[in-house]
Each structure stands twice: as structure tokens, then as C-alpha cells.
Design a protein around this ligand. Structure first.
Ligand code: FAD
Length: 273
């Protein structure tokens, strides 16, 4: 790790980190003087400790797809991995690379946002930790400096009676998302929504948490009309664009459908838990 950080400090903005290379080698950004290949660092792990789950940045998508610790509310991560590319891509693509590519469609971003995850970042003078929903800045931009490396994602233990869900619409089931969404709901003792997180991808310059929509649900009884209202409200918070993959109007409608679907599934799972 020290050697990688030294190389980043030495080469500055000319250096680029390479993990699985499934984004970088296709993008081939210009102006790069050297690649810092981190693929052999010991950052491929999924472990539990007293604070929650720790996922190393080099864990592959195939690695999280069927991992035994990703159950209960954490199954939203496995669900996203099961809807992600083909096996040959998943064998190379890493969790850290997916987040650091910072494209609006990154499939792991909404699940980590709704789980209140944090990223651990190694810098020349130590380590810093940043909330997942503060990591993304703009299309392909995040808060990492040239000299920094994302090393781990930390997911806190989830409260009892919590359910989650992920859903995605793509051109085919393994294509990148036209829209994706993840939801986490926690039910209180009185059966109302006590905590809600809703995040969508491909509907704004960054993966987006729709906080006003979440607040519509807090403290309310569960009912189908309320879920419809929340899904409609989410369309007012997103800022989709039209591009080669989809029109803005389609993304808006699809976002509404996915939010409704994810709230409904997450609720069922929370009620079972
Ligand atoms: C055919 C195909 C299908 C795909 N399908 C999907 C899909 O369904 N869903 C989806 O979300 N994506 C998909 N992708 C995109 C890509 O596979 C993912 O984003 C993948 O997770 C990137 O990880 P990587 O390890 O290959 O990253 P790399 O290509 O190695 O790196 C990507 C970026 O992140 C930076 N980086 C990597 N690791 C770190 C780190 N630890 N610290 C700091 N910076 C870092 C690199 O410098 C680079 O800018 C697909 C790509 C292909 C080619």
C-alpha cells in the first residue's frame, strides 16, 4: 500500500490507479503518464466486526454476488451484483473501481448509499473516512485527491425490522443501467416507517438520494396510496437527461416504477425480519 501511495505522490495527476481495468482500459483517458496497478494489494475481503461489515476495495463483483455475509438487509449488495454485467466482467470489476469511476449509473452506489456506508481513504498522511453520499461530486468526479486511494467500504449493522431492495432497468439485463434504484426501510414498534433511504442512479450527474421523498414516509402507516405518492414525489427530485441510451422522460417514469417496486419489496422483507 505504501508503495502505491508513494507512486501516486510522485506522479501526481499524471498517474492513474488501475484495479480491474474494466472501466479504465475502455475509457483510455488522455494525458496519463503511468498506471499504478493496485490489483495485487491485500484488499479483497468481506469481513464482519463489532461495527459492521468491511468490504475491501479490490473485492470483485463476482465475490459479492453470492457471499454468505450478504444476507438480511445486506442482500441489496448481492442483488446489485447479480444484475451486473457478465461473469467475465464481474471476475475483474472491483467494488472500489465501481465507486471511483463515479459514473451516474454505477450499480453499487445506490445500495451503499441506502445502507449509510462510509468509504475509507488512504492518503500520504494517514486515513480519512467519508460518508458514501458525500463521495460523489459530479459525472466521473469524486472527492478523492490525486494522492489518495480508496481502500475499504464500511457498512454499519442495520437495525432490526429492516428490509432492502435493488432494481435496475437496462437495455438487456446485463447492460449498464438506464435507471437503477435501491431502498432501505426500517419499521418501528408501532409498525410505521421509522427510517427510510431511497437512492437512484442514472437520473442526475451523481447517484442521488431523494431526501424529501424519504421524509414523506417517516412516521406514516404503510399503505399503497402513500407508496404511490412517494414514487411520484421522487420524480420531482431527480434530474435525468436524454442521451443515447434513453430519454429524460423515460428515465423519469422508470425511476417512479423502480422506487415503487423497491419500497414494496423492502417493506415485505422488513415485515418478515
Ligand atoms: C462489458 C461491461 C459491462 C459492464 N457492466 C456494468 C454494470 O452492469 N454495472 C456497472 O455499474 N458497471 C458496469 N461496467 C463498468 C465497470 O465494469 C465497473 O464500473 C467496475 O466495477 C469498475 O471496476 P474496475 O476494478 O474494473 O475499475 P478500473 O477500470 O480499474 O478503475 C475505474 C476507475 O476507478 C479508479 N480506481 C479504481 N480503483 C480505485 C481505488 N481503490 N482507489 C481510487 N481509485 C480507484 C481508476 O483510477 C479509474 O478511474 C461494465 C463494464 C463493461 C466493460
Amino acid at each position: 500500500m505504501g508503495e502505491a501511495l508513494d507512486l501516486l505522490s510522485e506522479h501526481g495527476s499524471e498517474a492513474m490507479i488501475m484495479a480491474g481495468g474494466t472501466d479504465l482500459l475502455i475509457e483510455k483517458p488522455s494525458g496519463i503518464g503511468c498506471l499504478v496497478d493496485i490489483s495485487s494489494l491485500p484488499l479483497d475481503y468481506i469481513e464482519n466486526d463489532e461495527t459492521g461489515l468491511r468490504i475491501g476495495a479490490l473485492t470483485t463483483l463476482e465475490g459479492i454476488r453470492n457471499h454468505g455475509l450478504l444476507n438480511g438487509p445486506l442482500k441489496v449488495l448481492a442483488e446489485a451484483a447479480r444484475n451486473f454485467g457478465h461473469k467475465n466482467v464481474r471476475n475483474l470489476a472491483t467494488v472500489g473501481g465501481n465507486l471511483c469511476s463515479s459514473v451516474p449509473s454505477a450499480d453499487l452506489a445506490p445500495p451503499f448509499i441506502v445502507l449509510d456506508a462510509e468509504v475509507k481513504i488512504s492518503c500520504p498522511d494517514g486515513v480519512r473516512t467519508v460518508a458514501m453520499d458525500e463521495f460523489f461530486v459530479d459525472v466521473r468526479k469524486n472527492i478523492l485527491r490525486d494522492t489518495e486511494l480508496l481502500t475499504e467500504i464500511r457498512v454499519p449493522h442495520q437495525p432490526p425490522r429492516t428490509g432492502t431492495a435493488f432494481a435496475k432497468i437496462g437495455r438487456t439485463s446485463v447492460d449498464i443501467a438506464l435507471v437503477n434504484a435501491a431502498v432501505r426501510v426500517t419499521l418501528g414498534d408501532d409498525g410505521t416507517f421509522s427510517e427510510v433511504r431511497i437512492a437512484l442512479g442514472s437520473v442526475a450527474p451523481t447517484p442521488l438520494r431523494v431526501v424529501e421523498t424519504e421524509s414523506l414516509l417517516i412516521g406514516k402507516d404503510l399503505d399503497a396510496v402513500l407508496i404511490d405518492e412517494a414514487a411520484e414525489a421522487a420524480t420531482g427530485e431527480i434530474r435525468p437527461i436524454s442521451d443515447v441510451r434513453s430519454s429524460a422522460g423515460y428515465r423519469r417514469e422508470a425511476g417512479k416504477v423502480l422506487v415503487k417496486r423497491c419500497i414494496t419489496i423492502a417493506l415485505e422483507r422488513a415485515s418478515e425480519g
